[in-house]
Design a protein around this ligand. Structure first.
Ligand code: SF4
Ligand code: SF4
Ligand code: SF4
Length: 441
């Protein structure tokens, strides 16, 4: 793709390249993927506009381009720096000397103060010796209060924040300037109560005193200054140790906080630890899946629901995992009361019917909810000890194309559930990285 830009824009792209490609040990995958496909054509700019101040910013001159153009009345001069483009020009076209010229003066003049003693530098130095979070701060965040900037002699203030790094670190961009919100993952929605003291401390000391319960069973602490991020990341280390690393999630450096926020918290209904209708321990399965898919930048939503009641609204997720049970009938114990039959007809799918005083189950209509087991006064229905799941896929909310998930596999076992989700992440890898690597059970 060819993008036509002015010199100042090309210098802006260089800044973005530095932020997304050279800022830390790993480049930003999405940015790099896009950037590889783009070539720049610089449009010569010698006058600028009334609002330009590129000369003050030293962004009036650019050299990082593939071609440069100077439009004339009936011709266009083209400087071709990237040899890949030479073949697109007819060899018989006249060749001439053409070196692009640049703006030398703007109407607006901006004074940028020397930054040797400003608060941003002080902050980096004072935090550097304290702990490893300082490295993160230097690398990922340039939070700079620029109180000495001026435009045409008039003072201005600015706040420069690497929002992409903040989002990846599980901090939300908020409506309040200079304030962020920390997002806490709780896979399965079950948080040991011992962590509430820490969350209260962060909310009251660093935030605005509020903790929001998110729709995906996470927590969000709002009103946090960006400058407080390194310290908060250090504070939440025990929580990460317990509810992420403790279940097997690989977090390289917990002192840096969450390593990604793309893959959303795995939400779950309360499951068999509390609910009598649940067909499995939703928290345990959520933790197993979390271990397989986090950390990850892909925006995938997984929700687990203990039975077909679907209290978690699993059908609005990329993956909805519904617990199923296979009811097993003991002909001898059945007293023919019809309680199970009536309940299945009125509450579920009408999969049961009476035949000569005994119950018959239509397997095609049975959704494995297990209500018949709960209703039977004679324990004629019991649970198959094997656990089964209904895998629903491709549900989503959102402004564009919201849709209810479709059934993908019924009566799947737990390994199949986990492998299907893992394979989907790999499929996404394939699309972005052109790497093919699937696992079969
Ligand atoms: S979905 Fe089923 S198991 Fe989960 S809370 Fe609701 S009724 Fe209970
Ligand atoms: S498991 Fe649910 S759907 Fe199946 S027979 Fe029992 S009550 Fe009916
Ligand atoms: S509820 Fe139990 S005892 Fe009554 S009909 Fe159903 S299986 Fe038989």
């Amino acid at each position: 793709m060819l993008v036509f830009l002015r010199p100042c824009d090309i210098n802006g792209i260089r800044r973005l390249d530095t932020i997304y490609l050279k800022n830390g040990p790993q480049s930003d995958f999405y940015y790099a993927h896009l950037r590889e496909r783009i070539r720049f054509v610089m449009m010569e700019c010698t006058k600028g506009f009334d609002t330009c101040f590129c000369v003050s910013m030293k962004s009036n001159v650019a050299f990082d381009y593939d071609m440069a153009v100077r439009p004339g009345h009936d011709e266009v001069l083209v400087e071709v720096k990237n040899d890949d483009f030479i073949r697109y020009f007819r060899p018989d076209l006249p060749q001439t000397e053409f070196t692009p010229e640049f703006v030398q003066e703007n109407t607006i003049k901006v004074t940028v103060p020397a930054c040797d003693s400003r608060c941003c530098i002080k902050f980096m130095i004072t935090t550097k010796s304290e702990n490893t979070t300082s490295v993160w701060m230097v690398r990922s965040f340039a939070i700079t209060t620029l109180s000495n900037w001026s435009i045409n002699g008039r003072n201005v203030m600015a706040l420069d924040i690497n929002t992409k790094a903040a989002i990846k670190n599980a901090y939300r961009i908020t409506k309040v300037r200079g304030k962020t919100a920390l997002r806490i993952r709780i896979p399965g929605g079950c948080l040991p109560a011992k962590h509430f003291d820490l969350l209260k401390h962060i909310a009251e000391v660093y935030g605005d005193g509020l903790v929001h319960l998110t729709t995906r069973h996470g927590l969000e602490i709002s009103g946090i200054d960006y400058a407080g991020i390194p310290e908060i990341n250090r504070l939440i280390m025990p929580l990460l140790q317990d509810i992420e690393i403790g279940i097997g999630v690989d977090i390289h450096d917990p002192a840096m906080g969450y390593p990604s926020a793309g893959t959303r918290n795995i939400a779950a209904c309360i499951g068999s630890r509390v609910c009598p209708f649940a067909n499995y321990d939703t928290t345990s399965l959520a933790q197993r899946i979390e271990k397989e898919i986090y950390p990850n930048d892909y925006h995938v939503k997984v929700a687990l629901t203990g039975c077909p009641n679907d209290c978690i609204k699993a059908r609005m997720n990329d993956f909805g995992i519904v617990g199923m049970v296979e009811p097993q009938y003991d002909y001898q114990r059945c007293i023919g009361c019809e309680a199970c039959v009536k309940n299945c007809a009125s509450q579920v799918t009408g999969a049961l019917s009476m035949h000569k005083g005994k119950v018959k189950r239509d397997k095609r209509r049975c959704i494995g909810c297990g209500e018949c087991i709960l209703k039977c006064p004679a324990a004629a229905w019991t649970r198959n000890p094997l656990k089964f799941y209904d895998i629903l896929i491709m549900g989503r909310s959102g402004k564009k194309n919201p849709r209810i998930a479709e059934e993908f596999i019924q009566w799947a076992d737990e390994d199949v559930v986990v492998q299907v989700i893992k394979n989907t992440y790999r499929f996404i890898d394939d699309i972005f990285l052109n790497q093919w690597h699937y696992n079969c059970l």
